[in-house]
Design a binder for this molecule. Structure first.
Ligand code: ISL
Ligand code: CA
Length: 608
């Protein structure tokens, strides 16, 4: 019997279902409230009905209907996690990945745009760092409204980046170095210049018409908002019709409920696998299944999340089905690796999306650690690493052996983590190394974002004209409606994606390579240590002194091979004795550890 939740269900019943728990945790995180609130014995036994009466000023009936409808979607889903099965060893669990954002990685022909030849010229460098696999952000043909995340032709290379020949050269050069390469797969939407869309828009009887969401209406067909400001609907004047676009005005959402579209995508994936890529990073892949008829977003949820409509597509009714289909029809025949970008997904649903036996995705990028509770990317605040510690302990303890975590702090969509934590330039290099230690010693696949290994920090933008990103520019214009230019710019500066989109300063790398104390050499050592010691990859993890503020420590071990990793998360000295039974200090971001305390952001790896 499926376990349907109703208005008579108790909070604890909601919290006991994977999706229910993720949704409740997300709401609390967004409000900056601890989840102790719901685990409290008194609150646990509240019925939703009681909650509805108590909170009727804030939460209307529609809120509960929306919530129950969403939660009951998974009622028939059978949980198959078997936490104690042994880990299946496989290359991508052992690999250190490196994300390249091609536009600003390396420019080979002095047009100021990074390109494929530039990437090829840096493979030796990446190999010397210890990188095993590369993830390339989009290099497909695109009008670049969103730097390639708006694809015009899935089978062509963007002119500025080079040719298909260059790309084939890249694949063989990567293979020759015994490395792997995965590419971005952007299939939630295409560019409005994609031939499917052009046809669909201009010819209502085209077979591509149903590849997108078209609606005739006086006003925007529903209240959904775009992640890049304004309505999620794009009006096409000439045709007097609307199309759905959750991102920029030139990115149009695809209708995955159409089986022909799915077949075309599967064909395209297989074509790239045939060419030799080893897998994909799947852009906003959890958004591909939309609630039928695209109902209005609930305003309470919309105001809380900052975007209207999300509950209708962040975990849609056919998500599992569509993922299973691409896995079995496209990825599996090539043993291809898949990492899904899944904003809004929590730990419990992530387990459903990545449990080995369910055959959907190999791993996912979760985002709840990128901001402190109650904060968003555009808030200007100092990130507290004690929250990162809490999050990492929680997710590590929750993940069973048949799921695998990905570990990252930086990517092309976020300011640099180092800058979020401190703006003290003297301490930033220590912090960069501390973050490196944590990323390379926990269980999960590390994804290093280009420049992270050089200790890169945020840019010193002083004026809006220096920013290029469509999200920043749209948001700036939206903010000007309610605040002055100085205030609007301050908000943009805190969160702009352009911080992570600065050219890599290759001219300083030679100096960093010869400086024994550089962040770059520290990364090389940390990666080498991880590779030489299997317990750091597949070993058990046991966290210690969890309650000690500013202190993050854990053992990684297989049988008697044991490592102890400890970090001081603060800018102050922290009282701490050298661990007993420590055999050897493998790595530390200070010259010599003190017997009685740890220095600001000190981090150590001990062999026990
Ligand atoms: O969901 C968000 C806000 O809560 C966004 O951060 C969203 O998850 C993110 O922007 C999705 O990113 C990916 O898809 C975008 C593209 O602009 C990004 O660069 C890409 O990483 C649209 O393709
Ligand atoms: Ca170039």
């Amino acid at each position: 019997m499926p376990n349907y939740l109703t208005i008579n269900s108790k909070i604890k019943d909601v919290y006991n279902s994977p999706l229910g728990r993720d949704v409740v945790d997300k709401i609390l995180l967004q409000m900056g409230v601890s989840n102790k609130f719901v685990t409290n014995i008194f609150v646990r036994n509240f019925r939703l009905k009681t909650l509805a009466i108590l909170l009727k000023k804030h939460l209307d009936k529609d809120f509960f209907d929306t919530l129950l409808n969403l939660l009951n979607q998974d009622a028939n889903l059978v949980l198959t996690n078997s936490p104690n099965q042994p880990i299946t060893p496989i290359w991508w669990k052992e690999a250190v990945f490196y994300q390249i954002y091609p536009r600003c990685f390396c420019d080979s022909n002095a047009d100021k745009i990074g390109d494929i030849a530039g990437i090829i010229s840096k493979l030796d460098y990446l190999k010397s760092v210890g990188i095993d696999a590369i993830w390339l952000s989009p290099i497909y043909d695109s009008p670049n409204d969103d730097n390639g995340y708006d694809i015009r032709n899935y089978y062509k290379i963007m002119q500025e980046m080079g040719t298909m020949e260059d790309f084939e050269l890249l694949i063989s050069a990567v293979k020759a170095k015994n490395m792997k390469i995965i590419i971005d797969l952007v299939v939630n939407h295409t560019s409005d210049e994609h031939e499917w869309f052009v046809e669909a828009l201009n010819n209502p009887s085209s077979k591509y018409r149903d590849y997108y969401f078209f609606r005739e209406s006086e006003t925007p067909p529903n209240n959904w908002t775009s992640f890049f400001s304004g309505s999620a609907w794009i009006y096409h004047e000439k045709q007097n019709i609307w199309s759905l676009g959750l991102f920029s005005k030139k990115q149009v959402d695809l209708n995955w409920d159409n089986p022909n579209l799915r077949n075309d995508i599967i064909k395209m994936i297989s074509w790239w696998l045939q060419k030799g890529v080893d897998g994909f990073r799947l852009d906003v892949i959890n958004y591909i299944s939309k609630q039928p008829n695209l109902p209005n977003g609930n305003p309470v949820i919309g105001n809380l999340m900052g975007f209207f409509g999300v509950e209708n597509y962040f975990y849609g009714p056919n998500l599992h089905k569509y993922l299973h289909e691409i896995k079995t029809k496209a990825f599996e025949p090539f043993n291809a690796f898949s990492v899904g970008e899944t904003p809004g997904i929590g730990i419990q649903t992530a387990k459903l999306l990545t449990a080995e036996q369910r055959k959907e995705l190999d791993t996912v990028f979760l985002f709840d650690h990128l901001e402190n509770p109650g904060k968003t990317r555009f808030d200007d605040y100092k990130y507290d690493l004690n929250y990162l510690k809490k999050y990492l302990i929680n997710v590590s303890e929750e993940y069973p052996n048949d799921c695998w975590l990905s570990l990252f702090y930086d990517n092309h969509d976020n300011p640099r983590m180092v800058s979020k934590v401190t703006d003290n330039p003297k301490l930033q290099p220590y912090l960069a190394k501390l973050l490196c230690v944590i990323q390379l010693t926990l269980r999960g696949t590390p994804f290093i974002y280009q420049g992270q290994e050089l200790g890169m920090t945020n840019q010193n933008f002083t004026d809006i004209s220096q920013l290029k990103d469509v999200e920043s520019i749209n948001l700036y214009n939206e903010l000007l409606q309610t605040m002055d230019e100085t205030a609007a710019f301050a908000r943009i500066l805190a969160g702009t994606r352009d911080h992570a989109r600065a050219m890599i300063p290759w001219e300083i790398v030679a100096t960093l390579e010869t400086d024994e104390t550089s962040t770059l050499n520290f990364y090389k050592k940390a990666i080498a240590i991880r590779k030489q010691n299997k317990p750091l990859i597949y070993g058990e993890t046991s966290f210690v002194k969890k309650a000690k503020k500013n202190y993050f420590a854990y053992y990684r071990f297989i049988d008697n091979a044991k490592f102890f990793i400890e970090s001081n998360l603060s800018e102050q000295k922290l009282t701490s004795k050298i661990p007993q039974n420590s055999q050897k200090l493998l790595l530390c971001n200070y010259k010599t550890p003190n017997e009685n305390y740890m220095q600001p952001y000190e981090s150590r790896i001990w062999q026990m």
